[in-house]
Design a protein around this ligand. Structure first.
Ligand code: SAM
Length: 266
């Protein structure tokens, strides 16, 4: 996703909008992920890059009071929202932290929904998380399928350039995830990380781009990092330019399809 270019710090400032976007994006994707990772009663789960709990909360439901889910995210704002929601679940433990240095291990399941491509070293971070799984346990990783949500990033970048009077944006730099965001390479890559019994599922999703949702997609995600330096008037101008640009291009909905890769640690 072009979100890769945005700082994860953007999630702190965008916490409320991030949470509102959950209804359209994070929660449906989390539900599809859980259908594959299948957290079960009594299990110990690490929900890495948990955001406001789109996958951690239903995981807590699935594992029940005898289980435990550690939900970890770098963003204090997002964890604060999750803490308020977690109050009713004694088995759900929200933590502010960097999952690529999370000390605990021996988990029955480690799951990361739309998180690994933010790691400074995606491969090393993913291998580290797999090492947190007990032998015989499962790891599940959800990433955007090639091309998903990119259109929004292109229209946003053009709008920011127009408002700030900077040259039109060049294509976003390559990211290692670009090499594996199709089912077959993703499965191969997970195998190279040491997993076995790998399945990769495609979860088709189209996001209806009403003006409200189209802008929420920006302010409630890592895309918000593209204009953290702008003042309120410039931000309003970016919003108008972005929505006009989408409208002129006839974009009414957006591909938000994900790949869900699950495997077992031998
Ligand atoms: C696109 S959001 C997805 C959040 C959540 N999994 C969901 O689906 O709603 C990515 C999240 O990864 C978090 N993140 C990125 N790198 C991280 C790291 N090294 N440790 C912990 N969280 C991280 C960000 O703060 C952000 O909340």
């Amino acid at each position: 996703m072009s979100e890769n270019n945005g700082s994860t710090r953007a999630f702190d400032t965008a916490a409320a909008d991030f949470d509102r976007l959950g209804e359209y994006l994070w929660r449906p994707i989390a539900a599809a992920t859980l259908a594959r990772t299948a957290p079960a009663a009594g299990e110990r789960v690490l929900d890495a890059c948990c955001g406001t709990g789109a996958s951690a909360l239903p995981t807590a439901e699935a594992i029940g009071a005898a289980g435990r889910v550690d939900a970890v995210d770098l963003s204090e704002g997002l964890i604060e929202i999750l803490r308020q929601r977690a109050a009713g679940y004694s088995q759900l433990y929200p933590h502010i932290g960097d999952v690529t240095a999370w000390p605990d291990g021996g988990y029955d399941l480690v799951q990361v929904v739309l998180g690994i491509f933010f790691f400074p070293d995606m491969t090393a971070g993913t291998e580290y998380l797999i090492s947190r799984v007990r032998p015989g346990g499962r790891a599940g990783f959800t990433i955007w399928r090639r091309g998903a949500v990119e259109t929004a990033g292109k229209h946003l970048a053009t709008a920011v350039a127009a408002v700030t009077g900077t040259p039109p944006p060049s294509p976003r730099p390559a990211h290692p995830v670009d090499e594996l965001n199709q089912p077959e390479p993703f499965g191969t890559w997970l195998g190279e990380r040491g997993l076995t019994d790998i399945t990769v599922a495609e979860h088709e999703l189209r996001l209806s781009m009403t003006p409200e949702i189209a802008w929420l997609l920006i302010t409630g995600s890592g895309f918000a990092g593209a204009f953290t330096e702008l003042d309120a008037a410039q931000t309003a101008a970016v919003r108008d330019a972005y929505l006009t640009s989408l409208d002129n291009a006839g974009i009414r909905d957006l591909d938000a399809t994900t790949l869900i890769g699950v495997g077992r640690r031998p």
